[in-house]
Design a binder for this molecule. Structure first.
Ligand SMILES: [Zn+2]
Length: 443
């Protein structure tokens, strides 16, 4: 079935003024100005009122935190104080609550125009052994493309770490489950809907063996590696005290400085580290909302990109952002990066590039993040008929500068997953009611 997404009001693609043709899960043709599809389409979608973007890619999240948004336990605390307080709330997570948290987060991402998301699930209290399975089931049911990162925390407070014993696992348990989910779910092929990545919470949160053995597993299964890195200036102070090395060097020792790795935040690197990350092909996911919320600093995107580091975007967990709106993250990134580098240095197109091609590079994918023949048909379509857009000139820039919030149509792998601003196959009111009820257990 060939569908012509015809005559978009505007589109973020080269040579596609008259739209694009989708066949199955892929984009097969871009239609230039004055042209028409080389093979007649079976159906046409009138896009004359839509601004068409490649589906947004969210490269870092913690879905379970949707149950603890605007939570008072963390309010008024710095990053570490917030984390210590919130981990003693999250440790009561159950499979039933996680399933609702995941479903709601996926829907929220989808409605904002996100077609591929990562989720850093690092919470494994007793009884939640099947967390990755739940995420895969929910993403598959909703038809969202996903990289589920099997997170881990391995050093608890009794061993000098921050985490309560209740959410920390042994190295053997972490590595055994990592291999289990890789075997069961990871699809390294082009067009994959589900991939698994391995993601210790940070190089300081697990024994070195978990880092090095995770790198070996990732190599064996052609999977990616992920962790939080250098979010706050305190991190390397602690790393030097506890390990006698900086975080980047701990990763280097474990074989993590390689093109399989993308890291979250990536703010407090020294100049030498930025050069090394670029040289080794490590990617960085910028998380503007969480970084602003904690006042920890601003990701040095210009220096990173100049060194060859791919930069992607993410929303981060819903207890720090506290929203999963990926389009909103694009605007946050534009504003925060302009605060650092000035108006002329960063454009709305830079922020959109991070949220599309940059995110795809974070997730190690060359089949998403662009509208071009051979890429997956992942699209986000927005309308500019709200008052906030009235008077806008550049329609693509307007999405970022005026603050687009909700996609009208979203396609993943050639199938409409959002129609008229509503998620397909989801009773949104019922989901919200169940999710809100489940959240009461986390007060
Ligand atoms: Zn995070």
């Amino acid at each position: 079935m060939r569908i012509w997404i015809k005559d978009p009001f505007a589109i973020l693609a080269d040579g596609a003024e008259r739209g694009l043709v989708v066949d199955g899960s892929q984009i097969v043709e871009c239609v230039p100005r004055g042209g028409s599809p080389s093979v007649a389409a079976d159906a046409t979608f009138d896009a004359t009122r839509h601004v068409v973007l490649p589906g947004l890619v969210n490269a870092h999240h913690h879905f379970y935190q949707t149950l603890t948004r605007a939570h008072p336990a963390g309010e008024g605390k710095d990053l570490i104080g917030w984390l210590v307080a919130m981990e003693r709330v999250w440790d009561r997570m159950t499979p039933e609550a996680l399933r609702l948290a995941v479903r709601l987060a996926l829907v929220e991402c989808l409605l904002s125009g996100c077609t591929t998301t990562a989720d850093h699930h690092n919470l494994f209290p007793p009884g939640l052994d099947g967390a990755v399975d739940i995420e895969v089931e929910e993403a598959t049911a909703l038809g969202v493309r996903m990289t589920v990162t099997r997170g881990s925390m391995g050093i608890s407070e009794k061993d000098g770490g921050l985490q309560p014993d209740s959410i920390v696992q042994s190295a053997d348990a972490i590595l055994a489950d990592s291999e289990r989910v890789l075997t069961r779910y990871h699809d390294p092929e082009r067009g994959a809907m589900i991939r698994i990545a391995l993601a210790p919470c940070s190089p300081l949160a697990v024994p070195q063996r978990v880092l090095s053995d995770s790198a070996a597993l990732a190599e064996a299964y052609d999977a990616r590696l992920h962790c939080h890195l250098c979010q706050s200036p305190d991190e390397d102070v602690y790393a030097m005290q506890a390990f006698g090395k900086r975080s980047v060097d701990l990763l280097d020792d474990a074989g993590w400085l390689c093109p399989r790795t993308w890291v979250a935040h990536g703010i407090h690197f020294n100049e030498d580290e930025i050069v090394r990350l670029g040289h080794m092909g490590v990617a960085v996911c910028h998380l503007p909302a969480a970084d602003m919320a904690f006042g920890v600093g601003i990701c040095p995107t210009k220096e990173l990109e100049a060194a060859g580091v791919a930069v992607g975007l993410g929303v981060d967990g819903s207890a720090s952002n506290d929203s999963s709106n990926v389009m909103e993250a694009v605007r946050h990134a534009l504003m925060l990066q302009r605060l650092r580098y000035g108006h002329a240095a960063i454009s709305p197109y830079d922020a959109l590039r991070w949220a599309t091609e940059g995110g795809a590079r974070c997730l190690g994918r060359d089949d998403i993040g662009r509208i071009a023949p051979g890429f997956e048909a992942d699209l986000a379509l927005y309308r500019l008929d709200e008052p906030r857009f009235s008077g806008a000139h550049d329609p693509v820039a307007a999405l970022v500068r005026c603050g687009a919030h909700r996609a009208d149509r979203v396609m993943v792998a050639g199938r409409w997953r959002v129609i008229d601003g509503r998620p397909e196959g989801v009773d949104l009111d019922a989901l919200r009611a169940k999710h809100a009820a489940a959240a009461k257990a986390f007060l």
